[in-house]
Ligand binder design. Structure first.
Ligand code: GLN
Length: 542
């Protein structure tokens, strides 16, 4: 093992974050916040999410059931927690930072077919667990990490997560004393009748963890208000850890405040001692300025997000964060109204309800349902001069809306929505035509985009080139370029030698801009993505 300069120790450190009681406790935020504290002490830290489902990646999963598909620069279609890690740590991760049962098994099965295990019976232990451990160690090595924080999706007791937890357990032995640490995230609910924080669910889930050979070092307890002294004591006693290792994760004003909540209880010290890390203070300065900016907001900005998967706001979680990053810089709170585009599908009389908003945003989406409603909403934003930002599907439907209403191409459409349209202004990308599988067949990840001078986009980015992440199968059909331009729309960004259109804008409007790429994935607290910042500025002025 290499010598690690920062920690003065010979070993890389692994922190494993497991979940108990129920899902949706904010394990991703606790993982990101733990990593953030360590990063602020000067360590090279990264995070990895284990998703024990059998899918190879999150690409084919329904966003309404599972939340947004977060796209990494290298084109990984990942769990949305990867977005939290990127936003907290301000680093770009690769798809290797999201590990699924599907990925591990497919690697082991491939190796078996190639004869790697000739003569052996291939088993969960040791072959699957070895592959899991190998994956973690490989990341640590290629990225020269001091600490890798590994979050295990789901809750302890799930059948799917057992091989992963077994691999982590084995690592405690193999990596040696002081090189691994377990944080178990649980919940202390308050029953209205008694008003007391209940510890039984925590006790049970710790027992479950112990049953598989893992003793938690820290218990991070989600609760409405700060954990009481008594509750801490009780958990400490039953879980067999000191009271200072029971950390209260009470509701916070903003997620960016959580690292301070953890550090204020000495979590950094507990980790430092258990992992024999060098003493080094947390250098908060910039982070505290950022987290305060999310607490000191006043004046509401009312934004309508008109989309398809609004029943679960997590389906557009990065869009939400990008808006909030941009608004926080201006000291504004955003009030988002999630509107199902189907509302406008057949009821154009409902469109004036959009008038009350400071801005309208149309995010990504797939398929026909609700698409006409989106087109009507974009028409309305354009006619009423309400600031409009379109993303991916929003870009494509802004073209359809403009082609129909302004260019006289009344029957125009995207071939995704109407394959036999006479005017396919948006069409299937030629290179995707020969592909049969649905998983991993999109144009994915980071691509270079040329930004045309003397356009709004150029003013916003102050650059001739930008690199942005993509996830789409359809694109603007360049046969319609001249008619679209003649009617006043500017296509201000393109990629792949002018082959693909990436940004559109209407100079006549206050702010009517849409992008084929997913600008939201590059936004960070304190550093909003420029298109989002410009949109929010336009919403404030309007
Ligand atoms: N459905 C469109 C396409 O595949 C847009 C995709 C998206 O919004 N991410 O091109």
């Amino acid at each position: 093992m290499r010598f690690n300069k920062t920690t003065n120790s010979q070993h890389v450190k692994y922190i494993f974050v497991t979940g108990g009681v129920l899902s949706g406790l904010g394990k991703g935020i606790i993982t990101s916040s733990t990593a953030k504290i360590l990063q602020l002490t000067g360590l090279n830290v990264s995070c990895l999410k284990v998703d024990p489902y059998v899918n190879y990646d999150a690409g084919t999963m329904n966003p309404v059931a599972h939340g947004e598909v977060f796209v990494t620069q290298d084109g990984g279609e990942c769990d949305m927690d990867i977005g939290n890690y990127e936003r907290f740590l301000d680093i770009a991760l690769t798809k290797d930072h999201n590990l699924t049962t599907g990925r591990i098994y497919s690697r082991v099965i491939d190796a078996e077919r190639k004869g790697k295990y000739l003569g052996q019976c291939v088993q969960i232990i040791p072959h699957i667990t070895d592959e899991i451990k190998h994956h973690l160690r490989q990341i640590v090595k290629t990225e020269s990490l001091d600490v890798l924080v590994v979050e295990c999706g789901g809750t302890v007791g799930d059948i799917e997560s057992l091989p992963f937890l077994e691999a982590f357990r084995q690592m405690t032995l193999e990596e040696g004393n002081g090189n691994t640490l377990f944080i178990h995230v649980t919940l202390a609910p308050i029953l209205d009748v008694v008003g007391e924080q209940k510890t039984k669910p925590t006790q049970h889930s710790v027992q479950e963890l112990r049953r598989i050979g893992i003793n938690p070092d820290i218990i991070a307890v989600r609760c409405k208000t700060m954990l009481s002294k008594d509750t801490r004591k009780k958990i400490s006693l039953f879980a067999n850890i000191n009271t200072n290792c029971v950390i209260s994760c009470h509701d916070a004003e903003s997620i960016y405040h959580v690292p301070e909540i953890l550090a204020d209880q000495g979590m950094n010290e507990v980790i430092r001692k258990k992992l024999y890390l060098k003493q080094s203070p947390i250098k908060w300065s910039r982070w505290k300025i950022i987290s305060r900016s999310f607490a000191n907001m006043h004046g509401n900005l009312n934004i309508a997000i008109v989309g398809k998967y609004i029943s679960l706001p997590d389906s557009y979680v990065s869009v939400y964060h990008a808006l909030s990053h941009a608004a926080a810089i201006q000291g504004k709170k955003i009030a988002i109204n999630w509107i199902d585009s189907e509302e406008f599908e057949h009821n154009s009389e409902k469109l004036p309800s959009l008038k009350i908003y400071d801005g309208i945003l149309v995010p990504g989406g797939f398929g026909k349902r609700g698409s006409e409603g989106i087109i009507h909403a974009i028409d309305y934003a354009r006619k009423e001069n309400i600031p409009f930002l379109g993303i991916c599907f929003g870009f494509q439907l802004a073209i359809v809306s403009f082609a129909r209403a302004i260019c006289g191409l009344r029957e125009s459409n995207s071939t995704e929505l109407q394959p036999d349209t006479n005017d396919p202004v948006i069409e299937f990308m030629p290179e995707q035509r020969t592909l049969n599988d649905l998983g991993g067949t999109m144009r994915l990840g980071r691509h270079k985009i040329n930004v045309i001078s003397n356009t709004l986009a150029h003013k916003i980015y102050s650059n001739n080139y930008i690199y942005k992440r993509h996830r789409h199968r359809y694109e603007f059909n360049k046969n319609y370029l001249s008619v679209i331009q003649k009617n006043g729309m500017i296509l201000s960004g393109h990629s792949d030698n002018n082959k693909r259109m990436e940004i559109l804008e209407l100079p006549e409007n206050k702010f009517h801009l849409a992008v084929q790429y997913h600008a939201e994935f590059d936004s960070r607290p304190g550093k909003p993505e420029p298109i989002f910042a410009a949109f929010i500025d336009a919403c404030i002025i309007s």
